[in-house]
Design a protein around this ligand. Sequence first.
Ligand code: ADP
Length: 605
Amino acid sequence: MRQRKLLWHIFPAFLTAILLCIAAVTWYATASIQDFFVHHVGADLTARAGLVRARVERLLADPPELRAFCLQVGRESLTRITVISPDGTVLADSSETPETMENHLQRPEIVTAFAGDTGQSLRFSKTLNEFMLYTAIPIRRAHPGGVATVEAVLRLAVPVTAIDRALAGIQVRIGIGSIVVVAIAGLLVLLLSRRISRPLEAMQHNAEDFARGDFSRKMQTSLPDSASLEVVSLAASMDRMAEMLDDRITTIETHRQQLDTVFSSMIEAVIAIDNDERVIGINAAAARLLAVDAGEAPGRLLQAVVRNIDLQVRIGRVLASGEPVEEEMIFRDREGDKLLHVRIVSLHDGRAKEGGALAVINDVTKLRRLETVRRDFVANVSHELRTPITSIRGYVETLLDGALDNREVAIPFLETVLRQSERLNAIIDDLLALSRIEQESRAGGIDLREGPLVAVLEAAVQTCRIEAEKAGVGLAVDCPAGILATMNDTLLEQAIVNLVVNAIRYSRRDDVVTISAAVRADAEGKPQVAIAVRDTGCGIAPQHLPRLFERFYRSDQARSRTEGGTGLGLAIVKHIVQAHDGTIDVRSQEGIGSEFIITLKGRMA
Ligand code: ADP
């Protein structure tokens, strides 16, 4: 339905009321004026009749004279004069020949006049063809004895077209007046409707602002002064409503932000899915873990967002059954395989209806790898310990079985037992050193101080001197005296010793092991110290290089053992360097030699 403007609601009602009013007034005025006019003309006619009555009464006996008189007076006074005898015949008439006129006894004014009163009648005259006002008075003759009889009736008549003309003039004026009144009324209605609608329009604009979420402008203040009490109180109510809405929206917004913060700062990856398997929400951790765009995922199908059949199947199962699922699954992406621990529960909304599923995912790749490393380590340690113990046991048993009596056999046996127990000792020492360094660096770092590097290198070389001489290997230190390194002297010395011992161990007689240090700039341009332990020994095959620093890893099992290695030396070096926040690299070529380079924080003094 087409909505009309307020003006068109008010105007027709106004117009109808005004027109009804005008019609009533016109009708009443016309009737009153007509009455007044008829009354006035009637009284005039009665007066005129009174004037001519004496004359007519006298001339009743002389009809020709009566007729002549009537003609003359009628012409002069512009009045029709008729004299009627008691039998109804017309005796004289100023407009017609009496003989041709019909009997007038039944005319109402005549009846009244013969009854002795003044009769009056307003009707259409067929004789004259127009509306006439008739007034008839009786002409009485007094008889002896006081009785009077009506001898004839004198009737005077004038046409009333003048009344009609006067009334028509009045009606035209009323008509013109009506048009003016309607125009004024229209204008008033227009003003009135504007006065009513302007505040409503202001409210409408304001309500549109509210709908846009802008509650800053109050309705009451934006209303024009012409606003009515009802509109002002409506505006006040809407202002209160807006305030409440603003309040609610702010509360909801705050809640949402709090939830968002919690959701996005969770370490666990979380994905919420609705019943149609569309993503409701995904937090930053999940986006990172599954390599998806957290902003684009909501609303899309899970299959399109996460390409992992296992996860899709499990979520589908939870959506279907409502039973929670907890499982580990492999997730493949560009970075390789990840082991994910996934827990899926069904989501419930407030009315206990199932609304989807929530998956909480943890990346347990590292955890599982650590567990494996720990298990392997225990196995390795047992294996490493068992070898010398088995050997000691074997020799001791042989000795007990009788070899003890043969001194020549017994002594080399006991020497082997001693060597194996030294080996056991070395392994245990190394293990303890490793765990000590690990523990210290985990418990808040080891004590690092800036000091001259050359002293530490000299001390390390000093420690290895005897072993080097035994192997016939030379040791050379090349370290400028001004180099200062941020280090823990004891630990760094131990690391250098381990590297130098290895270098001696895998060098040939007459080779020289060089320990050199230099200051150079790192990638950011900051100075750092590089310590290199270089040998010209057997070198290491490239396939061993990546795993060299693992515990118990040996590139050459047999040789390492015979040389008295524990397989833990480089692992210890790596831990010490890590505790210094430094790095260790190895460069080696088989048959040519190896170079181990440690970089630490340091500078030239
Ligand atoms: P080990 O106590 O057996 O020497 P490390 O952890 O110190 O154990 O060394 C691990 C392995 O690395 C050794 O078994 C050896 O095969 C190899 N290696 C270490 N240093 C050298 C080197 N300077 N030249 C050749 N091989 C080396």
